[in-house]
Design a protein around this ligand. Sequence first.
Ligand code: PLP
Length: 220
Amino acid sequence: MSNANHKRLVIPGPVEVREEILQAQTQWMIGHRSTAFADLYGRIHTKMQSAFQTQNRVVLLGASGTGMWEGASRNCIRDDKKALHLVGGAFSERWAEISKANGKEVDIITVEWGQAHTPEMVADALKKETYDAVCVVHNETSTGVTNPIAAIGEIVKQYEDTLFLVDTVSGFLGAELHVDAWGIDQQPEGLRAAPRPRLCHRQRESFGTRQANPISRLLF
Ligand SMILES: Cc1ncc(COP(=O)(O)O)c(C=O)c1O
């Protein structure tokens, strides 16, 4: 699969893709409001659901992972409520900063880089405080640590009004993930770090309930 024209970067992406995929990207584009696009989306949607292990809607966004963070924080955390961020590396730290930069009140559980968060840490925090969302990075790319999403999801599920937001930019299709079974509400995914369309799964009323949020938004 490797190509002499591709500079090999020691970062999570861009990754090598097959020649046929490169060639497909040289086709004329189709309008994103056209029937052709609706047909294409219809054809790939069930495959995206299967990749996420979900029966719910999967949304493709034209943004890098950073855009997905911002979209998740802006739309799923109400301005007068708090979010709990689990921080243990460069990416989880950055997501917490983005929530703050968007005016959200954030509590942070920090673990030493190289360590995972435990469900007990989340259970303790949720007993003490009410949160609109718990934000966690599935696989913290900067340390290589995979967090126990299933077990943390079991805790978050007990709190009806708390959304479970999971960044799986480098975890998706690499580490095990069952969106519906693990109670994930919104999940910024990665097609490896690159400013191209990203997948985003959404569930429950993660958008509906949060529409009470008064800031008007167009894209994110
Ligand atoms: C876990 C994780 N989240 C978010 C991002 C940010 O994604 P992007 O660089 O596409 O904005 C990255 C990038 O590598 C990442 O590894």
